[in-house]
Design a protein around this ligand. Structure first.
Ligand SMILES: [Zn+2]
Length: 83
C-alpha cells in the first residue's frame, strides 16, 4: 500500500465511527497495515477492513454496476481502488 493511500485511510478511519475514539494505544484500539490490507479496530467493537477486491468480486461489481461493499463483523469493506 502506498503512503498516500495509507494516509487517506487513516484520515478516513482514524476516528472510530461508533464512539469517536481516536486512540490506538493502551488497548484503545488497533491500526494495522499489512501489505494491501488496512485494518482499524476500536475497543468499542467497531472495526473496519479495507482490502483489495478479489478478481471475482471485481467481475461481479462490473456486471452488476454496483460499488462492491461487504460488511463482516459490522465493519465496512470497500473495494480496493486501483491507481
Ligand atoms: Zn469505538
Amino acid at each position: 500500500m502506498n503512503l498516500k493511500r495509507s494516509l487517506e485511510l487513516i484520515e478516513k478511519y482514524g476516528k472510530c465511527e461508533q464512539c469517536g475514539n481516536e486512540n490506538i494505544s493502551n488497548g484503545e484500539g488497533t491500526l494495522n497495515i499489512d501489505g494491501d490490507v488496512f485494518e482499524r479496530t476500536c475497543k468499542c467493537g467497531w472495526k473496519v477492513t479495507v482490502r483489495p477486491a478479489t478478481e471475482e468480486e471485481k467481475k461481479r461489481a462490473e456486471e452488476m454496476k454496483v460499488i462492491f461493499a461487504d460488511t463482516p463483523k459490522g465493519g465496512l469493506m470497500e473495494p480496493w481502488k486501483a491507481t
